[in-house]
Design a protein around this ligand. Structure first.
Ligand SMILES: Nc1ncnc2c1ncn2[C@@H]1O[C@H](COP(=O)(O)OP(=O)(O)O)[C@@H](O)[C@H]1O
Ligand SMILES: Cc1ncc(C[n+]2csc(CCOP(=O)(O)OP(=O)(O)O)c2C)c(N)n1
Ligand SMILES: [Mg+2]
Ligand SMILES: [Mg+2]
Ligand SMILES: [Mg+2]
Length: 319
């Protein structure tokens, strides 16, 4: 495709974007009208939104448009899964400058479409606006299939804490990219394209998870939200985490303790949940700690001590 977004124009761009979407029988009415119509047999809908901003969430010299699309969709679809729901639909709000090559939003849409396919969802609509900073604002919807949502507030003392998915890989990849390197590839790829374990969300709900969240900011920070909402303490054991040898090598090379990435690196969108101790967890879940009584301030401890460095990303913190 030749030319810029400005040359295509608003409706030309919308045509190019929507032409790339498959028709999906589950969606009653997709893009093209004032709004979409999505079936909700459960009579409730899970809804979540997250924004990705150029410079803050992604860099065009680090990630392709396709990668950004995969990641933007993944970040939102993971939030749906973390409620115990199955992702169904996604809407894309897009801000782009007029001089952006038209291939960029088109490849972004390909990435979003493909990640939706992985999670079983469909793109049902969106909006396009001209602006100075590329902004990808996604809303995702999901289906609880008649079950209760798994919130952040149900953890009970005595529960076990278990996680599935990657931890620290995206942060290690980010560390590599920020220092001007492009390898080791596995970590850089993990930063560009997280792989949330979508099916683990509804599976955890069925196993009887008492609380759940995805890890977007960092494990300690995100478990901190569960500790606060559930009014409990969460105790983690560092020995329960394995730090891959290659991650240790990167840590050595850049002078960072790799456990920092595992415990407070965000953007892998692992799913972490608490379960009653009698629940038999399938092998994909790693038990990493237990839930205790709050005893004053709810908090997360590692090997018995409060985690003293930042537990994760804060948009207004010092990064
Ligand atoms: N601008 C906002 N208006 C209303 N609710 C918001 C806003 N920003 C965040 N929230 C809500 O605060 C909660 C925490 O947000 P966030 O940390 O972004 O969650 P997550 O990491 O799962 O995306 C979410 O329930 C979110 O919907
Ligand atoms: C260029 C760039 N700088 C820094 C980061 C690191 N980073 C940006 S946002 C973020 C945390 C997750 O994003 P957020 O907007 O907080 O998502 P949410 O928690 O709402 O799901 C991290 C670790 C990045 N991905 N890219
Ligand atoms: Mg958010
Ligand atoms: Mg989340
Ligand atoms: Mg966040």
């Amino acid at each position: 495709m030749k030319g810029t977004v400005g040359e295509l124009g608003e409706f030309g761009l919308i045509r190019e974007l929507t032409a790339r979407l498959p028709s999906t029988p589950a969606v009653e009415l997709g893009p093209g009208d004032d709004a979409a119509v999505v079936a909700a047999p459960d009579q409730r809908v899970v809804a979540t939104t997250d924004i990705l901003l150029e410079g803050r969430h992604f860099r065009r010299d680090w990630s392709t448009a396709y990668d950004v699309g995969r990641k933007a969709a993944a970040q939102n679809l993971a939030d749906v899964a973390a409620m115990g729901a199955v992702p169904t639909a996604l809407l894309l709000g897009l801000v782009v400058p007029a001089d952006l090559p038209a291939t960029w939003p088109v490849e972004l849409m390909d990435g979003i479409r493909d990640e939706c396919h992985v999670a079983g969802a469909a793109v049902v609509g969106g909006d396009v606006v001209r602006g100075d900073v590329i902004t990808v604002a996604i809303t995702a919807l999901g289906d609880l299939r008649g079950k209760d949502a798994v919130t952040r507030s149900g953890a009970k003392p005595g529960d076990v804490v278990a996680v599935t998915g990657w931890l620290g890989w995206s942060a290690a990849g980010h560390a590599v990219l920020s220092r001007g390197f492009r390898s080791p590839r596995a970590f850089v790829e993990a930063h560009r394209r997280p792989e949330p374990p979508y099916h683990a969300g509804p599976a955890a709900a069925e196993l009887g998870a008492t609380s759940m969240t995805d890890v977007s900011d960092g494990l300690v920070a995100d478990l901190g939200h569960i500790a606060e909402a559930s009014e409990v303490r969460i105790d983690l054991k560092a020995a329960d985490f394995d730090v891959p040898a290659q991650m240790s090598d990167i840590g050595q090379a850049v002078g960072v303790d790799p456990l920092q990435w595992v415990l407070s690196g965000g953007e892998d969108h692992a799913i972490v949940a608490t379960f009653p101790p009698e629940v038999k967890l399938p092998a994909r879940w790693r038990v990493i700690g237990e839930v205790g009584r709050a005893g004053g301030k709810p908090q997360v401890t590692v090997d018995g001590a409060p985690w003293d460095t930042a537990g994760g990303w804060d948009h207004f913190g010092e990064q």
